[in-house]
Design a protein. Sequence first.
Length: 306
Amino acid sequence: MSGQSSPALPAARVALNPIHWMATDDGWLDPSLAPERGKLLSLVRQAGFGSVMLEVPADWSVERYRDAVDETGLTLAPGYFVCRSDGRDGTEAEVLDSAAKVARIHAELGLGDVGLGMGMKKGAPRVLRPAQGTESDAVRLTAVTELIRRISEVMRAEGVRPALHPHVGTWIETEDEARAVLDALGPEELGFLPDTGHLAWAGFDVRAVIADHAERVPFVHVKDCLLSVGERGRGAGWDYQRTVVEGLWAEPGRGELPLADILGALPGDFAGWLMVEVDRPAIADPLECAIASAEWMNARYGGATA
């Protein structure tokens, strides 16, 4: 796909979520595999990115993190909050407390948006049978939607708006589920964070769903993938991890998605972030993966700096 022409998005900012440093051999993620945070930030900058996803280490103060980011010359792009409740398991109060904390950190660091996705865990039904809407349940979706509404309330009280992030392996996986939540909450309550790879794997009409909600998109996770691997896995009954290990994900331009066409659904004055994510790199060396990703974005979207 490297020859795709791209629409001009001159105000967009390119960022990296350095998640691929955490990729495990079994198709999952382990944060302990990543370099020390200061070193990781330096590697992001060395690769050619000017912005990085906000993620304050649990044992760091916000001030220490801000200083480390400033030292590398990076700017911050919105981070991500994982909701690990289905809205009816008794942990809702803990989720809301955590959501408020994440929102306060974002506000303190000057950001007004944050991604919001549902959690997934090994052995869960949609991890065992991914991208198929396994065990769809309207009652559960209603409970999840209400919890998202409450999360939005506590986050917006801190000056930060969450943006819904549909994700394979979670209870908001399909296009119908994502649209139902977005329809239930207004744009002032909930933005939309599309992930090109997860949406495509789950069978969304990716360009159409972005176009339909473009005005509520603060940032995009730019992820390439090989849909042929996803289709093969679905037919063979592979779980999430097996599908990933078999080569689902790829650096931008090295997969099968028409990324430029998909991103063309954004308005020409889009001023949010295009955040590269490669959950498991096709290029073995994490730094080389990041460099290749920055080069692809730089060539099409006016540079990988903020």
